[in-house]
Design a protein around this ligand. Structure first.
Ligand SMILES: [Zn+2]
Length: 62
């Protein structure tokens, strides 16, 4: 997913979207403060998680 995002930004897209075309809203982890929350897909469906995982396992509600 990160490779997809970096490519999109490099090509000059203003709106960053995920693989389904949904805009990604940048959110900062309330625990780390410097790290953004990224959408992930797990065995129980989509969820948000800190990109500093596993160092930080903060998972905000969607
Ligand atoms: Zn965090």
């Amino acid at each position: 997913m990160y490779r997809h995002l970096i490519l999109a930004v490099t090509l000059g897209f203003v709106t960053v979207t995920d693989v389904e075309g949904q805009p990604i809203k940048e959110r900062r982890c309330v625990v780390c403060e410097q790290v953004i929350i990224v959408p992930r897909t797990g065995p129980y469906g989509k969820f948000l998680a800190c990109s500093n995982y596993p160092s930080c396992d903060h998972k905000p509600k969607v």
